[in-house]
Design a protein around this ligand. Sequence first.
Ligand code: UD1
Ligand code: CA
Length: 386
Amino acid sequence: MGELGCIVLAAGESKRFKSKLPKPLHCLCGRPLIDHVLQTVSELDCYRTAVVVGVGREQMVAHLEGHEVQTAVQAEQLGTGHAVMCAQPLFENFDGPILVTCADVPLIRPQTLQALVDEHQRRNACATVLTAVFDDPTGYGRIVRDDDGLVTSIIEHRDATEEVLAIQEINSGIYIFDTQPLFKTLAEIGPDNDQGEYYLTDIISRFVAAGQPVAALAAQAPQEIIGINDRAQLAEAEAIARHRIRRRLMSEGVTLMDPASTFIDADVHIGRDTVVWPGSFILGKTTIAEDCTIGGHAVIEDCEIAEGTQIRHCSVVRNSTIGRGVTIGAGAFIGSNTTIIAPITIGQGAYVAAGSTINRDVPADALAIGRDRQENKEGYARRLRK
Ligand code: UD1
Ligand code: CA
């Protein structure tokens, strides 16, 4: 099979989320939802990844700078089918299969996407849908199959009859389509449903009616296709993602004394034989080397911490680089952009002023300032402007 194209839908209005910030920019384990999806997709090595943006377009475009993606604009939110159509110009000269996925399904793993690609090829399908069986399928589109078990359509929750609502197999919102039939058929669908939108899901029954083969793959771990429409689902996904992070770190040789009370963000790296005591938060883009001791109840955010460092009980450390063998006492406050040159001890309750470079021990309860004193030259800026 040739290369794979990819379209990520991220233009929607997110009514149920009730936020001022576009939903794809909300964080899950310290990383925006859209970045989770893009990180996963990047492992498939796509020919091109297009992100469809609409609501909060400026913020989305600004965020996506520096990502290896192209953006397509959906000016009006007319539905998922319409959103895919907006990306068509970016696939003008492309004829391979296209992965369509959503910014609000962040837990999907690369191996599951790869399995979907493989299934699409193996079944020689025009469309292959990733599905899952949920105990509570409320809100999701239902997978309707015929007596032979073949998929015949996807029906949205709000358009479903009682009989269809009883179906527990749901649509993940993740599919592989052959490019030509995808765009040809999208141009034919209409907004004939409860929301008056152009549904991508309508493609399925149209393919089936035209005799174009549709396949489905059920995800092995249904958890990974949770869609985040509201804050409760965000919390549910957060719990799953945090659990995964802790399991991975432990499997890599990090000791977590009480995993359940330990919060570690997605972009944190921790070296072997580091021990994290209960109640600690390790956040943002933090790297902790081997053989460190962290906490309990420490908060560490955007830090680089060298080998053998001890961060004591209740320390709050932000935006700091901490050298080898540093010890930071309980209740000590390290101002932002502080550099601490090891070996050094910062006593209990000590304060270190922001922007300091510290190369001597700081006694308990002292305030250390290690930078030049500021000078204000009155009226100087005005003179410069003249
Ligand atoms: C969608 C599926 C549903 C599936 C569920 C899985 C449709 C019609 N329904 O429902 O079958 O079970 O996902 O999570 O596709 N979007 C746009 N432009 C739009 C509308 C949506 O880009 O005009 C984007 C959203 O930003 C989101 C994605 O498409 O990332 C899905 O839209 P959403 O409104 O969340 O669809 P669901 O109701 O969850
Ligand atoms: Ca959704």
